[in-house]
Design a protein around this ligand. Sequence first.
Ligand code: GDP
Length: 441
Amino acid sequence: MLDKLGQNISTALNKIKSATLVDKKLIKEVIKDIQKALIQSDVNVKLVLKMSKDIEKKAIEENPPKGLTKKEHIIQIVYNELVQLIGNEPQKLDLDPSKKSIILLVGIQGSGKTTSSAKLARLIQKRGLKPALIAADVYRPAAYKQLQQLAEKINVPLYGDETRTKTPIEIAKDGLNKLKKADVFIIDTAGRHKEESGLLTEMKELKDELNPKEIVLVIDGTLGQQAKNQAKAFKDAVEDIGSILVTKLDGSAKGGGALSAVAEINAPIKFIGTGEGVDDLETFEPKKFISRLLGMGDLDSLLEKTDDIVEEANEEDIEAILKGKFTLVELYSQLETISKMGPMKQILSMIPGMGASMPKEAASLTEQKLKRYKILMDSMTEEEKENPELIKTSRMQRIARGAGAKQEEVKELLKYYQTTKNAFSNLKRGKMLKMGGQMGK
Ligand code: GDP
């Protein structure tokens, strides 16, 4: 399994952590270990060599920045280089709202393609565009029904052929004609055929006929080396894969397999699936992914990450809070910051003594809550977010409806907001900045 990559790199870094003397010889040795780990995971050799040269140069020549020891500095250099290896900045799905676009999802059966089609539709819907789903998997009998149920749930139009008499191309074309009101068409394709070559030919035909704006390759995040082979097979067939969507990263999988898929086909990961629900899709953030891959389970790395995030945190928000302004707008950014830091479970596991004592359910419940709160706030108007006191019963009902939630949840969110607001107003400037670490600022 590719989670081994994370383990191997962590083991190499531990040599640095536990050394009494960090000298050139040790640095070179550790870099060799990292090289080996990456090459074993099929990351492109040229990339690995360039990366290790960069690490070596920085580790030997650069002085640690203020506040970091030599050891911490080297760990940070390795971490940053790994982040760059997979793209550094999050990549967005680039859609032109004035044009109709087609997104073709490809991947093998069981990868999570059908679920991801609906999740993508939901995300696009949240961006204010009008998605439609087309069920072009005629191989798996239950695929149409599954997508139909998901489409109903998120209120997105669907086209498909339950009788399975049409070809996937016919279905797609009919869907494009019938669902004229939509501006983004998401096409779910087959993930299995009698023979693999049949599947790949079908994908190529779909691509040639439909000329999609983006082909998204869906990869199961729990896969190891197979991820690379799958990526290669699809890339050879359709040629231009625009992005990768890695599913099932909510479990214990660390998604290392995805890294070699990226290296293999040179397409960025844009999304990750973090659960079975339609809202469980996140835009991919390389920093978060690498921390997770390395299982950085210690306080140092938490502080490192927190520092990073303090830099990124919106200064205007901090200013506003310090001046006593704390509306739902600020609460929203605060939740965003917390979710940027990664799953709560992971953050808690970095705090000594905390990981073990926290029941798993409690931690994941909090994560789930964060997500729900954000969804609720997405269905509020700007005016409501700026003036939460406006939200009385009828507005609560509307917000709950818009978010597919119960009114109680809106009440609960407002209560959470009030508690946080009170906590903030009790804090003085210095105290609050210190607490930022705990609150995820
Ligand atoms: P397909 O054959 O590629 O269309 O795969 P499906 O969409 O039917 O997904 C296969 C299984 O994986 C289903 O049970 C999904 O609920 C599950 N699944 C898909 N994405 C995720 C995810 O991000 N996390 C988890 N935990 N399960 C997922």
